[in-house]
Design a binder for this molecule. Structure first.
Ligand code: HGY
Ligand code: MN
Ligand code: MN
Length: 423
């Protein structure tokens, strides 16, 4: 792990500096985890965020941390009474994650602020650069912590969520400089932003497949996450006849296949369904499993598809429980609706991209983002740069340096265009 802060020197060319900062940030990884893991609340995350704060400060931004642990850097505008134009993303990763998902948006946003200052360009609106706390799912079962908080949707009840060790989310927040008792102070007033623009890697292969270099996002999928508990009975795996078992592992296998089928149904609208997490007890080769806990998620751009999916998951679990004699329980961890990007902002982002001599493509996002929450506060738009092979949430996640540089240039142009626009 890197031990000292080394913001890349201001004299470096624009593209080199963004890349250098990205690679420098990647050094702050959890040593005992695969890939470039830097999960929210980990020591590596804490260290890396100090680096981000130092980068913001070195750029001349006024740096603050709010009660939700968000890191904010503000650049004054020429008309200080105008609402802020907000840019940013997140710097936490999934376990075994990569170096680009989230980080590109934060590092590029800082670079945009640096460029504006270096060129002596003063925006009309204040520019707010944000590194939102914990966008990825975490051990408390709630993602997008920081962006939920600024929209007022991180509730006292959420702060009582516990991890496996019994620690509450509120207690964990204290560890990253948050103040759970003052969580509502992190909330931004309605209509207090001019707009929000997030640059992100696509995490899919559309750009690469169509040979396009920049994408303007049309909308972001909704995600419904549900925890399924299947409770059976522990028994000796050698002496208990097959017909006398209450086997939670076997029931879990049926539920997993059932949820996969739900994702494969294509009735007009499309979606995906995934069981990406499972824990079994006692997790021993010679004991029939007594309990299985799965977390499944459904994603779609279609709210109706998601609503039907919820019902089908519930029916699936009920059927498996009744056929196997186990107890099956469901609890929805989150039900986020699909979100459309702001039409005017979409048009302006496309215009900004064209001004760079690049033809943008419009595409939907199958990944979710802090932007989906920010849409509740004002106009929201996103720019995508390519992900090699469409790979993401894995160590191989990759975007070429020139693509990162082009994305940063597009973000800068977009900020300048949107600053002057009436949204
Ligand atoms: O899960 C997502 O879509 C995002 O990468 N956090
Ligand atoms: Mn992600
Ligand atoms: Mn992300």
């Amino acid at each position: 792990m890197a031990s000292e802060v080394s913001p890349a020197a201001p004299s470096r060319p624009f593209s080199d500096r963004v890349w250098a900062n990205l690679m420098m940030l990647a050094e702050y990884a959890e040593p005992d985890q695969p890939g470039w893991t830097r999960r929210v609340f980990s020591p590596a995350y804490l260290e890396s965020r100090q680096v981000v704060a130092d980068l913001m400060e070195a750029t001349g931004l006024e740096v603050t941390r709010d009660a939700a642990g968000n890191l904010l850097g503000q650049l004054a505008g020429a008309e200080p009474d105008l609402p802020a134009l907000v840019i940013g993303s997140h710097t936490d990763t999934v376990a075994g994650g990569g170096r680009f998902d989230g980080m590109v948006g934060v590092v590029a946003a800082i670079e945009v602020a640096r460029r504006l200052r270096a060129e002596g360009t003063r925006l009309r609106h204040p520019l707010r650069v944000v590194d939102f706390l914990g966008e990825e799912p975490n051990r408390f079962g709630l993602s997008c912590l920081g962006s939920r908080a600024v929209t007022g949707h991180l509730d006292p009840a959420h702060l009582q969520l516990r991890d496996a060790s019994g620690l509450t989310l509120g207690e964990a927040l204290v560890g990253v400089g948050g103040q759970p008792e003052a969580i509502q102070s992190a909330r931004w007033k309605a209509n207090s932003i001019h707009g929000y623009i997030e640059l992100h890697v696509e995490q899919g292969a559309r750009l690469e497949e169509t040979g396009r270099r920049l994408g303007v996002v049309s909308g972001i999928v909704g995600i419904h996450r549900v925890r399924v508990e299947l409770v059976g009975r522990p028994d000796h795996a050698g002496t208990t006849p097959m017909g006398s078992r209450l086997d939670a592992m076997q029931a879990a296998a049926q539920v997993i296949l059932g949820i996969d089928r739900i994702g494969r149904r294509q009735e007009g609208a499309e979606g995906v369904a995934t069981v990406g997490q499972i824990a079994v007890e006692p997790n021993s080769p010679n004991v029939v499993a007594s309990r299985a806990t799965l977390v499944a998620e459904l994603r779609s751009l279609d709210a109706e598809w998601l609503a039907q999916g919820d019902q089908q998951v519930a029916a699936q679990v009920a059927q498996v429980a009744s056929e196997t004699g186990l107890v099956g329980e469901l609890s929805w961890l989150s039900q986020e609706a699909p979100v459309a990007c702001h039409p005017t902002l979409r048009r302006l982002l496309a215009q900004a991209v064209r001004e760079l001599g690049v033809d943008p493509v419009e595409l939907a996002s199958g990944a979710s983002h802090d932007a989906a929450h920010l849409a509740g506060l004002g106009p929201m738009g996103m720019l995508f740069i390519p992900s090699r092979g469409g790979r993401s949430h894995c160590p191989e996640e990759w975007t070429d340096p020139e693509q990162v540089a082009l994305g940063t240039a597009a973000l800068l142009r977009a900020v300048q265009v949107v600053d002057r626009a009436q949204l």
